[in-house]
Design a protein around this ligand. Sequence first.
Ligand SMILES: Cc1ncc(COP(=O)(O)O)c(C=O)c1O
Length: 322
Amino acid sequence: MNKIYSNILDMVGNTPILKINSIDTGLCELFVKLENLNPGGSIKDRVGLQMITDAENKGLLKKGGVIVECTAGNTGLGLALAAKLKGYKLILVIPDKMSKEKVMHLEAMGVDIIFTRSDVEKGHPEHYQDLAAKIVSETPGAFFTDQFNNPSNPKIHETTTGPEIWEQMEGNIDAFVAGVGTGGTISGVGKFLKSKNSKINIVIADPVGSVVADAVNTGSYKYENGSWLVEGIGEDHIPGNLNLDIIDEGIYVSDKDAFEMLNKLLQEEGILAGTSCGTLVHAAVEWCKLQKTPKKVVTLICDTGNKYLSKAYNKEWLEENF
Ligand SMILES: Cc1ncc(COP(=O)(O)O)c(C=O)c1O
């Protein structure tokens, strides 16, 4: 810990794990990996940096090039950090429901932001992923990082996040719980953990209204215009980077339960967590309480609650929305 770093990008990853102490987890012990402590405040710093590094190594991104991405904000911040230090221009397509703190942070970093609707399905020209693909086709020299399909995304979790968890837990882990935005985290971490011990349960925490838990639990799904307030997780389709073969179970979590858990995390554990963490920790606690024997469970604090002060930690907003 006495090390002095010479580049902020070297500080991405190697995040600590904290044991949950006060929240009731039944017979189990619950641990959270604090990805909020990455330099850009989220787990997506890992992905942003790796997608740029791999594109450079493959010759897909040339000096002064333009990077385009569609993002709920955090991947944008991870990309912005690496793009700024490496000298690339960044264009981001962002759904309009995203918190103003994330948008202000991106604006402060000099990113070109294009807002689009969050109430349209994939396949609609204004859906953030479809719009990003269109911008790429119309921008000469643009590189689409495409976090939803880019193999660098699960790869960085398979080679860093997963091994870190395994080492920090000294191999004593029975379940890993995460949400799905692109599927990169759960697919990469899940693949690594299963390669170490195929008995480890890989569990998806999914907002009610999203299709991912249905796809896991029933093998089929139908999107019915569901919407949810937590940011960064939940989908209307199965993203290319989600490897359903390694997932054991999906747990449905309402916004109400997720936001109540956020408050508990702050009041009882002192963790100021981002909204998706409410979904993850609620699902992890639910899984813990169903166990008949003691188990060790790991989940993530994907990002910092500082990004959501105007929403999740604002009384008026909470009263209006619940
Ligand atoms: C806050 C937050 N949590 C979780 C995730 C989900 O991670 P993944 O895209 O690896 O499935 C994201 C992704 O955008 C996110 O922004």
